[in-house]
Design a protein around this ligand. Structure first.
Ligand code: AMP
Length: 538
């Protein structure tokens, strides 16, 4: 067979040739804008040309600090297709971490949304590698800024050529993108994506038993384009000619519901907290959600109660998936097999609440106390994965040897596997609760609590215990209408029949909000610290 290289230039040029009339809908601070893929491709060529004029060479890193919108999409292709490396920077990291990763990646140019300029102004003195700042804005004029030298994105595009030829000298194994993990401990770790990895991962998003993304879809990635490439959806959607809806900055559940309704979105993707928010909005007001064929949810466990509410109350199919920055991210997806569709409703929801089976091309093993675990849904072990879109190292980081061993990525996630090969994430290794030498899954208790009708969010963490080493404590946020009306006893009554006695939390604490990471996951480290001081005081 021929060895034609799998590079990203073929993705954008395919959209340009075959889907010239299809649209990208982009919400920016000034409203909704519509572009055809033909226009996007021309603008992408202009941006690639501008970067070359600014001195960007093959292999250089170009950073982006931006929301989900058309200019960010252009950068998604212009940077790798000019041979450089797209470094998407998580805008919700701490200022120290932002400065750290820009410096560590040695970014040469930064593309920044106008409203995010202060994030960079604050640490400009530490950014010795950055040679130019490009501001992405709808305004004709550049905003006041201390950044220098600074360029206006649209002015640069006007001065560049739409006929610009993308770099031809790209090997499929060349780096195309990079993203740092949202570290819960230490500094963020960089993951570099190759052209080949991105192409094959995009292909996997199109498989019928995966997300089945196709030309007929209208896809709205809510997951930020600064978090694992918005799960690769912008790449795949462009390649397939899928209509893209990019929800822009500072969206609310109401804005998302309105976009789904007005743009007739068929598939959307985000973390569970986004969908809990949308569910709340749908309970307040009725919207026409009939276009949706699927909500793709990952990044943290999707509670069964939430899946049920979407599917049963709102008739919206739910796709639960698992992955991580290191896995591009799609690795596992909960698509039921034909004979599983015939099981009882409860059994089906139980399966959908699991993360699912490995997508084609990937391999896994699950290592427990005594080697590989049995596929019995009970034995727990750490998940290790390998495959063509799984990272093989961290970028210039000594943590590499801990996570990447013998050709496998050790995920740090503890899982069980049932007889059908369905994975269930039991916990992060560091979040499991070790009580009297036995493991308690915080995720299991959280999911049951979140299935209770009065509960909005629940996070369970370990607190130190003299006799048992660790015991679980549950932190619960009630839905607004139930605040002050629900007792701990009521919640214990709901939990008790569902768990062994020793799994029940030692305490249930009501909170106004659960601290979250930069990508909307429960921040258990902070919660553990907050609980320590709360328990000492009380
Ligand atoms: P990140 O690299 O920020 O995307 O985080 C990856 C981590 O999120 C994984 O290692 C898991 O711990 C967690 N995660 C991702 N998807 C799921 C899921 N569907 N259920 C439970 N945990 C998940």
């Amino acid at each position: 067979m021929m060895q034609t290289p799998l590079t990203m230039t073929q993705m954008i040029t395919r959209a340009e040739k075959y889907f010239a009339k299809k649209h990208v809908v982009s919400r920016t601070s000034s409203g909704i804008h519509r572009f055809t893929y033909k226009e996007i491709a021309k603008r992408t060529r202009r941006l690639a040309h501008s970067l070359e004029k600014l001195g960007i060479k093959k292999g250089d890193r170009v950073g982006t600090l931006a929301w989900n919108h058309h200019r960010h999409l252009e950068a998604y292709f212009a940077i790798p297709c000019s041979g450089a490396v797209l470094h998407t920077i998580n805008i919700r990291l701490s200022p120290q971490h932002i400065a750290f990763i820009i410096h560590h990646a040695e970014d040469q140019v930064l593309l920044i949304d106008a409203d995010l300029i202060p994030l960079i102004e604050n640490c400009q003195s530490q950014l010795s590698t950055v040679k130019a700042y490009i501001i992405m804005t709808d305004d004709d004029k550049l905003p006041e800024t201390s950044l220098t030298p600074v360029y206006h994105y649209e002015r640069l595009l006007e001065e560049a050529s739409e006929e610009y030829e993308f770099c031809e000298d790209i090997d499929e194994n060349d780096p195309a993108g990079m993203c740092y993990t949202s570290a819960t401990t230490g500094n963020p770790k960089g993951v570099v994506y190759s052209h080949r990895g991105i192409v094959l991962h995009s292909m996997a998003l199109g498989l019928a038993d995966s997300t089945a993304l196709s030309e007929k879809d209208i896809a709205m990635p809510v997951v930020p384009m600064f978090h694992v490439n918005a799960w690769g959806l912008p790449f795949a959607a462009t390649w397939f000619g899928t209509t893209l809806v990019l929800p822009g900055p500072y969206f609310t559940p109401k804005i998302l519901a309105q976009l789904i309704e007005s743009e007739r979105v068929t598939v959307t993707a985000g973390v569970p907290t986004i969908w809990l928010g949308l569910l709340k909005e749908l309970e307040k007001k009725s919207y026409n959600m009939s276009s949706l064929r699927g909500i793709l949810c990952g990044g943290a466990a999707a509670p069964k109660g939430m899946i049920k509410a979407f599917e049963k109350k709102h008739n919206i199919p739910f796709m639960h998936a698992y992955g991580m920055t290191e896995t591009s991210p799609l690795a596992v997806i909960s698509t039921l097999k034909s004979y599983q569709e015939e099981q009882s409703e409860e059994e089906r929801f139980d399966l959908k609440a699991k993360q699912g089976i490995l997508v084609p091309c990937l391999e896994m093993k699950v290592i427990g106390k005594n080697g590989e675990v049995q596929w019995n849904g009970i034995e727990m072990g750490e998940l290790a994965i390998r495959g063509p879109w799984i990272a093989s190292e961290y970028f210039k980081d000594e943590c590499t040897n801990k996570a990447f061993r013998d050709g496998w990525l050790y995920t740090g996630d503890v899982v069980t596997v049932d007889e059908e090969g369905f994975l269930k994430i039991v916990d992060r290794t560091k979040d499991l609760i070790k009580s009297g030498g036995e493991w308690i899954s915080s995720v299991d208790i959280e999911n049951v609590l979140m299935a209770y009708e009065t509960v909005f969010e629940a996070a369970v963490v370990a607190v130190p215990h003299e006799k048992w080493q660790e015991r679980p404590v549950a932190c619960v946020v009630l839905k607004d209408e139930f605040k002050g009306k629900v007792t701990k006893e009521e919640l214990y009554e709901f939990l008790s029949p569902q768990f062994a006695k020793w799994w029940l939390p030692d305490d249930i604490i009501f909170m106004d909000e659960i601290p979250k990471t930069s990508v909307g996951k429960f921040l258990k480290r902070t919660l553990r610290d907050e609980l320590q001081s709360y328990l000492q005081k009380n």
